[in-house]
Design a protein around this ligand. Structure first.
Ligand code: G4P
Length: 527
């Protein structure tokens, strides 16, 4: 690589920020995403994200909707530019679309924005997504939304972040009043107040101040609010965590921003601070050690495969996170698992509902590759020296069904379908140790529906799914396993690699099994 192109690669990597927004449904993710896209001048996208959201559909409608809308239903990637940065937002679907793909998508992000409703605090889906990010140790930024509504006290919310998620927090700004009484926020980093103005709160006034004792605040926001603000910030200064960038980078401390996405309030400060603090594309582990984004040769891995995007064909799109180098349309790369060179000729980038053909892309970007059935989750595509990226984690399923084929004559196709859909990551498959039954495991109900639909439409097999009462799966690592210890409210199965996994009906059964097997390890992810 010559010096000029090395410099370009460095600059391109430096300006990229690839992140996912994690939240519970209704916290305002769609609204926040749309506002961020608008900041980036992606005006033509205004409404698209919302339109997509408007189809709050029943699960059973999913296939029809998928057919009509192509990519729009399941997660995609949005890209925009702001202040010299190139931003990739990875969409993590909520509601019924929640699936293992949602978790895998998080592995392609370098940081996460955790969006929380000020009235509801930390909710179930946020906890699950947070845990996946926390395991990777990526930086997590918190945006507390809907400040224009009555909500919980900021101190209370910080306490909850620590108690429920186990993460310390450092408020970057602080609300002045709340709900109908909200007059603005105090920016602790820049020492300035941002005030709502006008009856509809549509204008925002920014005023630099000395510190939070500055009398200007009382003039602007009233004596009562100014006093309360000073009291609370004093308490934070004394008892709160100081801002520590190293801890933020390790995911041990989350910077917290307060605002209201729908009113655009606090968003610009959030975006600008976030872009400054969020990490550029990070290296990824491989069989040849860590692969740095500025490695001159291209490399990347597939983290998600989306089938049936085009109803007329059985096309799939393989989503690839570029880990290093520069991608150019038409380039040849090695598909490491199959040991062949392939040409990347129809790459796509996803902007909400539009699909654009990409000519070039850099480390940190996500591209969609046309997949005639040659990719699997976790596949590595590399240029130059051959290596493979570390396997993607297998996430613990929470819903289980016993699967049987209705017509015994179709057994061969049935087996082929199960094998392929497992490889694609649509479902996880287990076999019970006692009766050799086939049990499917998923993290979202939609995965069962996709499985049933695709078995019928792609393999011509009608399957019967029978829900099982289990809620937890734990991979067991032990010298010896005694199946008799897994009889009460639990069952022992093997995954497709032959690892033992225990399925439990409730937490009590799980605790009991853990107590009864002190020499065994019970893992949430496959070893
Ligand atoms: P989601 O993608 O996380 O599920 O949430 P979404 O953005 O759809 O927001 C959920 C609801 O919360 C929407 O109202 C949205 O308008 C509202 N919302 C988002 N941000 C704010 C905010 O800062 N303040 C207030 N007060 N509301 C906010 P909805 O009634 O469900 O939908 P809609 O009819 O308004 O579209």
């Amino acid at each position: 690589m010559n010096q000029a192109s090395e410099k370009v690669l460095r600059e391109e990597v430096e300006k990229r920020r690839t992140f996912a927004i994690i939240s519970h449904p209704d916290a305002g993710k769609t609204t926040l995403t749309e506002k961020l896209l608008l900041f980036g001048g992606a005006i033509r996208l205004a409404g698209t994200v919302k339109a997509r959201k408007a189809s709050k559909h029943a699960t059973s409608d999913w296939m029809e909707i998928e057919k009509q809308r192509g990519i729009s239903v399941t997660s995609s990637v949005m890209q925009f530019d702001y202040n010299g940065h190139r931003i990739n937002i990875l969409d993590t679907p909520g509601h019924q679309d929640f699936s293992e793909d949602t978790y895998r998508t998080l592995t392609a992000a370098d940081s996460a924005v955790m969006l929380i409703d000020v009235a509801k605090g930390v909710e179930a889906q946020t906890i699950k997504l947070f845990q996946v990010c926390a395991k990777r140790g990526i930086p997590i930024f918190t945006f507390i939304n809907k400040l224009d509504r009555e909500g919980r006290s900021p101190f209370d919310l910080m306490e909850e972040l620590e108690q429920v998620l186990g993460i310390r927090s450092v408020p970057m700004n602080w609300p002045i009043g709340m709900g109908r009484e909200l007059s603005g926020v105090y920016d602790r980093m820049k020492n300035q107040v941002e005030l709502f103005q006008g009856d509809d709160h549509s204008q925002i006034k920014v005023q630099k101040v000395e510190d939070y004792h500055d009398p200007i605040i009382a003039e602007m926001a009233g004596e009562y609010h100014a006093n309360q603000l000073a009291e609370e910030l004093e308490l934070l200064d004394v008892a709160g965590d100081p801002f520590d960038y190293e801890k933020v980078k390790r995911g041990e401390l989350t910077p917290v921003f307060f605002g209201s996405a729908i009113n655009n309030f606090g968003l610009q400060t959030f975006l600008e601070n976030f872009l400054e603090l969020a990490p550029k594309p990070a290296p990824r582990k491989s069989t040849e050690g860590e692969i740095e984004p500025v490695r001159e040769k291209f490399s990347g891995y597939v983290f998600k495969i989306q089938a049936n995007m085009n109803p007329a064909h059985r096309d799939r799109i393989a989503f690839l996170r570029i880990v290093s180098g520069k991608f150019e349309r038409g380039m040849s790369v090695k598909h490491v698992r199959v040991g062949k060179d392939i040409k990347l000729s129809q790459p796509q980038q996803f902007l909400a509902q539009d699909r654009d053909i990409v000519e070039t892309a850099y480390a940190g970007d996500i591209i969609g590759l046309f997949d005639p059935g040659i990719f699997r989750i976790g596949d590595s595509l590399v240029e130059g020296q051959t290596f493979e990226f570390d396997e993607l984690p297998t996430f613990s399923p929470e819903l289980f069904s016993k699967v049987t084929v209705k017509n015994a004559l179709k057994h061969k196709q049935y087996q082929k379908g199960i094998d392929q859909l497992t490889e694609e990551g649509t479902i996880q498959v287990f076999r019970t140790v006692s009766f050799d039954d086939t049990i499917l495991g998923v993290v979202g109900q939609l995965q069962f529906e996709v499985f049933e639909y695709r078995m019928k439409n792609e393999y011509g097999v009608d399957v019967q799914l029978q829900r099982q009462p289990f809620q937890f799966a734990r991979w067991i690592v032990a010298k010896e396993i005694d199946p008799s210890k897994f009889r009460i409210n639990s069952t022992l199965v093997k995954d497709k690699k032959g690892n033992y996994v225990a399925l439990f009906e409730n937490e009590y059964a799980m605790r009991t099994a853990i107590d009864k097997n002190p020499d065994a390890q019970f893992l949430e992810m496959a070893p």
